[in-house]
Design a binder for this molecule. Sequence first.
Ligand code: HEC
Length: 107
Amino acid sequence: MVAISACCGGFLHAQSDLVSRGRDFAELVCSACHVVSEDRQTPILRDPGPSFVQIAGRASTTDGGLRAYLDTKHPDMGPSGRMPNPRLADYQIDEVVAYILSLRDHS
Ligand code: HEC
């Protein structure tokens, strides 16, 4: 179940493209329920998920752990099962995981 990290083999340039695509994607798909970046508005969900900066800042957050979380087949995700599975494609997981981990530098 745990996907081995296939990312990060390329150039720094490719990595920063991945991060910026991940940010655009997160702002479209995840921001209804998470604060995905500092300049983003409050999520619509009344009891939102943890912000991406919070997630990135946890010592327990790893590339493999995020991938395994997002790659699950369970319909309801998270410790209390409150996140509906967004059923992401592999390339979308690559982008959004690169973006979340890039937030470590700012936290
Ligand atoms: C419909 C609302 C919703 C959407 C859309 C959503 N999430 Fe979540 N997410 C949640 C909630 C609520 C939680 C907290 C889950 C819990 O505590 O059970 C969560 C938790 C998480 C967690 C942390 C799990 C943990 O171990 O604490 C990650 C990582 C995450 N979401 C990533 C994403 C990403 C990436 C996207 C966009 C592709 C996304 N989420 C879209 C609602 C959402």
